[in-house]
Write a protein that binds this ligand. Structure first.
Ligand code: SF4
Ligand code: SF4
Length: 56
């Protein structure tokens, strides 16, 4: 399953900058992951300061 970002997201942008396939974009109040683009590499979960990205 692709990764998804929870409501814990504080919109810091670290995950989007680190995603190797540019699957993450800024949404309404939090960042969002395009599940069709995500390769499940886990990089976003590693850099997130609040643990918002998780495998759905
Ligand atoms: Fe991008 Fe990897 Fe996170 Fe998927 S798991 S959104 S490919 S950084
Ligand atoms: Fe949100 Fe975490 Fe991404 Fe920052 S790194 S934008 S807090 S999901």
């Amino acid at each position: 399953m692709a990764y998804a970002i929870s409501d814990e997201c504080i919109s810091c942008g670290a995950c989007a900058a680190g995603c190797p396939v540019n699957a993450i974009s800024e949404g309404d109040g939090k960042f969002v992951i395009d599940p069709d683009t995500c390769t499940e590499c886990g990089a976003c979960a590693e850099v997130c300061p609040v643990g918002a990205p998780a495998q759905a």
